[in-house]
Design a protein around this ligand. Structure first.
Ligand SMILES: C[S@@+](CC[C@H](N)C(=O)[O-])C[C@H]1O[C@@H](n2cnc3c(N)ncnc32)[C@H](O)[C@@H]1O
Ligand SMILES: [Zn+2]
Length: 171
């Protein structure tokens, strides 16, 4: 079966110092190059509640109440991107499902995205990214932080970029 997601030929999944398995660069990657495209089914938050206990954290949020995710055990591996979160991420989002390099990336680097660029949710969790400027605790509302809006400008998921523009217009 063809995998649901696309992973660049310049990537490989390996054990990660951040968590479990992670995605790594097997060759240099240039800024703006496409690294991965998430594939899966589009489901609501309500539907996701039934999927997460079976498959774990496998989804990417693509709007306030919409997620792209594998639905069956057979689809899981081919949909996983294995990109861990880092507070010093090197991947950003183009549109809602395309992960691109935010800067030139060297062979061997772990490929990470900052969940602030994809998530609008209500969680709070300890971060183990190990970055010098790790924020320690991650929340589903980190996209609202002005310093992150500045840092990841142009690399937020499209639905969050719209929210950020609206939020800052009101100020
Ligand atoms: C989609 S998975 C990423 C791949 C995962 N490492 C694996 O082996 O399946 C997302 C999960 O990885 C873990 N994770 C990723 N980045 C993390 C971080 N910076 N700190 C703590 N846990 C992290 C969390 O358990 C999170 O729910
Ligand atoms: Zn961190």
């Amino acid at each position: 079966m063809n995998p649901l997601s696309y992973l660049s030929a310049k990537t490989a999944v390996r054990l990660s110092p951040i968590h479990g398995r992670g995605l790594f660069a097997t060759a240099d990657i240039a800024k703006h190059e496409i690294v991965a495209i998430k594939g899966g089914h589009i489901v609501t938050r309500e539907q996701l509640r039934e999927i997460t206990p079976r498959l774990g954290p496998v989804e990417i949020q693509i709007d306030g109440d919409l997620f792209i995710t594998p639905v069956t055990d057979d689809e899981r591996e081919g949909s996983m991107l294995y990109s861990n979160h880092s507070c010093d991420a090197n991947l950003g989002i183009r549109g809602e499902i395309t992960f691109v390099a935010m800067r030139d990336i060297r062979v061997g680097e772990e490929l990470t995205h900052d969940w602030a660029t994809t998530d609008d949710d209500n969680y709070s969790m300890k971060c183990k990214c190990g970055a010098l400027d790790c924020r320690g605790t991650l929340t589903g509302k980190d996209w609202q932080r002005p310093e992150l809006q500045k840092r990841y400008a142009g690399f937020f998921s499209a639905y969050l970029a719209k929210k950020i523009a609206r939020m800052n217009k009101r100020r």
